[in-house]
Ligand binder design. Structure first.
Ligand code: PLP
Length: 349
């Protein structure tokens, strides 16, 4: 096989506002005081790319990073020391535990099974997740007195809030249970709050917080709306421009019919890029402030827009995908989390 030339850049790109990312971390860190804010960078930094996000956060001052899977650790370790990384899912097999020890990252121990695996592998500094009411992953409070837990060498004692984005009685209940657990379990540091938990106030922030969504521009509670800036700006190129007549239809199943002659454009953006079909017929792309309403269904690699408001647009021009997360969530019906994590792998920087 001859060496192939490198491919030209794709017709979709994702601009990352690194200043906004760093500013969001500083905002969340300030709100976490006297504790510090870490960063959840699982799922490739919520789809925005570990290789871009982690160096920016590290340079802003982040010292504690969280991924979910063992497979996600190596990419983060290209940018930060192993002592600064925790793996939330913990070891499910002896192989996982051995891998954690080889890398030097901290596993988050979530059960007696995991505690046993970690100790059998030789143990060492770890984190411990206790379940204070989400009933998802974490050691049940009834098991915190187990001798296996006493043998753990715990850096961060964690728990996770189920309803921090609402004013729920579950929040103060989980807080009280976490305080009780932390009186019984010796640990160097304590951590309860995700992004929404930080907005609940100082009682919830302890030594370390674990924001994810709000680093990347998500606003899970109104308290953060003024301070959190948009980070991700997807753009896509116009591939074809055409004039259609009254009565012509657009796209699969002809769900849009032109009421009058109009100029339309085909954009290189589809559901395989994370622009899901729920957007079809709703909302608009944009160009320098002009709205370009979406017409018909979203295809795998393409979507068609109305160019009436921007008659100067030509093939090869770039259009913006509105991605202010709170507004985009309302319009699409997707959660702010899904909007980020569904963004596809075909975007270039
Ligand atoms: C994903 C995750 C976070 C981050 O939550 P956000 O709501 O995105 O801020 C924090 N802690 C744990 C355990 C998580 O799994």
């Amino acid at each position: 096989m001859p060496d192939l030339p490198s491919a030209p850049p794709p017709a979709i790109r994702l601009r990352l506002d690194r200043d906004a990312l760093a500013a969001n971390w500083r905002t969340l860190d300030r709100r976490s005081g006297p504790g510090r804010a870490g960063a959840a960078v699982k799922a490739d930094a919520y789809g925005l790319g570990v290789s871009r996000v982690v160096p920016a956060l590290r340079d802003a001052g982040t010292r504690d990073f969280f991924v979910a899977h063992w497979r996600e650790a190596a990419a983060v370790l290209e940018h930060v020391p192993a002592a600064q990384l925790s793996v939330l899912h913990g070891p499910l097999t002896a192989e996982d535990a051995a891998y954690a020890r080889m890398l030097g990252v901290r596993p988050v121990i979530n059960s007696l099974h995991q505690a046993g695996l970690w100790l059998d592998a030789g143990g060492g500094l770890c984190d411990l997740m206790v379940d204070t009411g989400i009933n998802r992953l974490g050691l049940p409070l009834s098991e915190i007195g187990d001798p296996l837990i006493e043998r753990l060498e715990i850096d961060v004692l964690l728990s996770h809030l189920a309803s921090a984005d609402e004013d729920s009685p579950l929040n103060p209940l989980q807080l009280v249970r976490f305080e009780e657990a932390s009186r019984e379990i010796p640990a160097r540091r304590r951590s309860l709050a995700n992004s929404a938990g930080i907005a609940l106030g100082r009682a919830y922030t302890f030594d370390l917080t674990r924001p994810g969504l709000s680093l990347y521009g998500g606003v899970p509670r109104g308290e953060l709306a003024q301070d959190i800036r948009q980070v991700a700006y997807p753009q896509a190129a116009l591939m074809q421009v055409r004039q259609i007549g009254a009565g012509d239809t657009v796209g699969y199943n002809a769900t849009f019919t032109a009421p009058a002659p109009m100029r339309v454009g085909t954009v290189s953006l589809g559901y395989a890029d994370g622009f899901l079909q729920c957007w079809g017929g709703k909302g608009a792309l944009a160009h320098q402030g002009s709205r370009l309403p979406l017409l018909g269904k979203v295809s795998m690699d393409m979507v068609v827009v109305d160019l009436s408001a921007a008659p100067m647009l030509r093939e090869g021009d770039w259009v913006d995908v509105p991605y202010a997360l709170p507004e985009a969530a309302l319009l699409s019906g997707l959660s702010q989390y899904e909007l980020l994590t569904t963004l596809g792998r075909r975007f270039s920087d």
